[in-house]
Design a protein around this ligand. Structure first.
Ligand code: NAD
Ligand code: UDP
Length: 336
C-alpha cells in the first residue's frame, strides 16, 4: 500500500491572524501547499514571518467579501476570516456581519466550484450567554440578536446556517468547528482579549483590568491543541452530522486566570475593576464528548503550561513596539 502522505492545496482565509498563522505553519509542515488569504484587518504579516520563504507558501491580500480570483486547484478551504475579539468585531459591526455572511457564502461558492471541502471557524458565541452548562453542540443557544455582540454571534450563526444549506443541497462538503476561547503566541497586546490584555498589562507593570466581579468563567485552549483539532475535523473521513466543539474544558473564573498569570508574569500592581460589558456571557465551558469520540481529539496543554509558553513570546514581542502595535502593521500583498 502507498503510504506517501497526500499533498493538498489548502486555502486559509484569515491565515495572517492568530490561529490562522499557526494553522498555515502546521499545514506546511505536513507537506501541503498553502495559500493564505487575508485583508489584514486584524492579522499581521509579522505572524507569517517564518513562513514567507517557504516554497509551498503564498500570501494573497484579499477580502472574503470580494474574493479575488484563485486559479489554482483548491482541495481544502479553512474559513477563519473574521475579527474575533469583542473590541475588534464591534469597531465596525456591519462589516463584521457582512464578513461572516457574505464572506462565508463566497467561500462556500468557491468550494462548490473547486470541489473543495470547507471548514468553517464558528464559535462558542453561537451559544450566547448560555443557560445550559457545559455547552453541548445540541444546545441551540441564548443569543441577544440586537445587542453589541450580535454582529459577531448572529453573523457566525448565519454562517453556520449557510454551511449546512450548502451541505444539504449537495453543493459543498463542510465541517463546522465551534471554537472556544483560544490563546497563545501571535495574539496582539492591543486586541482586547483577556489573555493578551492580562499578560501585556502584567509585563508592563500596569494593573490587570477585571470587567465586572471577575466571577464569570471561560475555558482556555492553547493554540497548538486548537490547530490539531481543526485539522482532525477537516480530515475526518466521514462528514459529521453537525458542528463539533473544539476547546479545553478546564473552566476558570477571570479572577483565577489573573492569579495564574501573576505567577508566570509577576506584577506589583493590584488588579482594577471595570464595568462588565453588555451581554458578556457568565459561564462558558465546552462539552467535548463529540470531538473525543469522532476525532479521537482532546486538548493536551494545561492552562499553566500554555501560559508558560505564551508569556515569553509576549515578552519578546513587547521589545518590538511596531510588532505589537498590531492593526497598523504593513499590509502589502506578497505573491510568488
Ligand atoms: P484574528 O483576528 O487574529 O484572525 C482573523 C483573521 O481574519 C485576521 O488575520 C484578519 O485580518 C482576517 N480577516 C478579517 N476579516 C477578513 C476579511 N473580510 N477578508 C479576509 N480576511 C479577513 O482572530 P483569531 O483569534 O485568529 O480567530 C480566527 C477565527 O477563529 C475567527 O473566525 C474567529 O471568529 C474564530 N474564533 C476564534 C476564537 C479565539 O478564541 N481565538 C474563538 C472562537 C472563534
Ligand atoms: N475581560 C476582562 N478584562 C479584560 C478583557 C476581558 O475581565 O481586560 C473579561 C470579559 O469581560 C469576559 C472574559 O474576560 O468576561 C473573556 O473576554 P474575551 O474578550 O477574551 O473573550 P469573550 O468574552 O469573547 O469570551
Amino acid at each position: 500500500m502507498d503510504m506517501t502522505p497526500v499533498s493538498r492545496t489548502i486555502l486559509v482565509a484569515g491565515g495572517a491572524g492568530f490561529i490562522g498563522s499557526h494553522l498555515c505553519e502546521a499545514l506546511l509542515a505536513q507537506g501541503h501547499k498553502v495559500i493564505c488569504m487575508d485583508n489584514f484587518q486584524t492579522g499581521r504579516r509579522d505572524n507569517l514571518s517564518g513562513l514567507l520563504d517557504h516554497p509551498n507558501f503564498r500570501v494573497i491580500k484579499g477580502d472574503v467579501e470580494e474574493l479575488p480570483e484563485i486559479r489554482d486547484r483548491v482541495d481544502r478551504i479553512y474559513n477563519l476570516a473574521s475579527p474575533a475579539s469583542p473590541p475588534a468585531y464591534q469597531a465596525d459591526p456591519v462589516r463584521t456581519m457582512m464578513t461572516n455572511v457574505v464572506g462565508t457564502n463566497n467561500l462556500l461558492a468557491l468550494a462548490e466550484k473547486k470541489g473543495a471541502r470547507l471548514l468553517q471557524a464558528s464559535t462558542s458565541e453561537v451559544y450566547g450567554d448560555p443557560e445550559v452548562h457545559p455547552q453541548p453542540e445540541g444546545y441551540a443557544g441564548h443569543v441577544n440578536c440586537n445587542g453589541p455582540r450580535a454582529c459577531y454571534d448572529e453573523g457566525k450563526r448565519a454562517a453556520e446556517a449557510l454551511c449546512y444549506d450548502y451541505l444539504r443541497a449537495g453543493r459543498a462538503e463542510v465541517r463546522v468547528a465551534r471554537i472556544f476561547n483560544t490563546y497563545g503566541p501571535h495574539m496582539q497586546c492591543d486586541d482586547g482579549r483577556i489573555v493578551s490584555n492580562f499578560i501585556c498589562q502584567a509585563l508592563s507593570d500596569e494593573p490587570m483590568t477585571i470587567y465586572g466581579s471577575g466571577e464569570q468563567t471561560r475555558s482556555f485552549c492553547y493554540v497548538s491543541d486548537m490547530v490539531d483539532g481543526l485539522i482532525a475535523l477537516m480530515e475526518l473521513g466521514e462528514t459529521p452530522d453537525g458542528p463539533v466543539n473544539i476547546g479545553n474544558p478546564g473552566e476558570y473564573t477571570i479572577l483565577e486566570l489573573a492569579e495564574l498569570i501573576r505567577r508566570v508574569a509577576p506584577t506589583s500592581k493590584r488588579p482594577v475593576f471595570r464595568p462588565l460589558p453588555k451581554d458578556d456571557p457568565k459561564r462558558r465551558r465546552p462539552d467535548i464528548a463529540r470531538a473525543k469520540s469522532l476525532l479521537g481529539w482532546a486538548p493536551r496543554v494545561p492552562l499553566e503550561e500554555g501560559l508558560e509558553k505564551t508569556v515569553p513570546w509576549f515578552s519578546q514581542a513587547l521589545q518590538r513596539p511596531m510588532a505589537v502595535a498590531g492593526r497598523t502593521a504593513e499590509t502589502a500583498e506578497v505573491t510568488r
